[in-house]
Design a protein around this ligand. Sequence first.
Ligand code: SAH
Ligand code: SF4
Length: 342
Amino acid sequence: MEKKEALDLKCKDWEALFEGWREPRYRASQVCDWIYKKRVLSFDSMTNLSLPLRSRLKEALDLSLPVLIERRQSSRGDAIKYLWKLRDGESVESVVMRYEGRDTACLSTQVGCPLGCSFCATGKSGFVRNLTSGEIVGQFLAMEADIGDSIENAVYMGMGEPFLNLDAVLDSVRNLNHPKMRALGIRHIAISTVGIVSGIKALAHSDLKVRLAVSLHAPNDDLRTHLMPVNASNPLGSLYKALKSFQEITGERISIEYMLISDINDGLSLADELANYLKGLHVYVNLIPYNPTDGLFKRPPRGRVEAFKKRLEGLGYEVALRKGLGADIEAACGQLRRRALI
Ligand code: SAH
Ligand code: SF4
């Protein structure tokens, strides 16, 4: 029989496991402490457990992390990008972004992505499968192990659409956040969605106060559907309603991601349209210069990016220009895997 993935287990699963084995429940805390706090990923090294119990755990569970295939560090040292091999041989990417003393892990949720946004390298290589919750958490722990330090922030902005894999994503958030497990602050976790309306509603009604980021990239349906085909079934009108109700339920500010592509969505009239669309929502806007993945699109010149930012600010929005971290290591999601596959 195939072994269960240990990182898939939630706190209560560990407790049930030990109860079933007629072991005290506190064994669950001991094991989770080794894995999530001490970063010990081998049952053999869990010295406060008896030898027979360690063997039994080894027989029942697989505690492996994703295996490193490729690691690249940006020349400025502000980003490290990883390509990992999963148990079935599939591969995914993750990134650690390091700046101003804050480390942030960018996690993948799917192998590939079925949504095919025209600017995205992940979308171009098609969809293979959803990740398990253990594989999502595994990326985080593997990066902590690699840098030998704790990472305090997690963003679900790697390969794939988190809301197409909602259960595993929310389970992984629970394991990262649970005080007996990785104990990452819930406010330090953000999920980025392409704008799946049903997922936004589900998150609003869940018990998890994670931050929400929405990849908007265009303020009208024509342009947005052209760039992001999923907009046809999740158009801007219903997206707006979902965001509004998310905000009414959670009281949270929403992060709006707007990637600027030269001559496509970076004109000042589009900044006006964007401001208009966002009216009534409590948001901050992150502008991200497009990271070229092929010959199709171009990154706008600096001046146009600044002008777009100024215009939005002039209209009363809080706007940040995200630094293009690690462009020299193909840090945009999906680029490394795609190159490895070709
Ligand atoms: N599927 C989710 C999360 C993963 S994509 C989503 O779309 O939000 C993470 C972010 O990278 C998204 O905002 C996406 O639009 C952006 N992105 C994709 N390709 C990019 C590129 N070539 N340059 C800059 N950002 C890109
Ligand atoms: Fe999928 Fe997000 Fe890439 Fe679109 S941008 S193809 S939703 S990963």
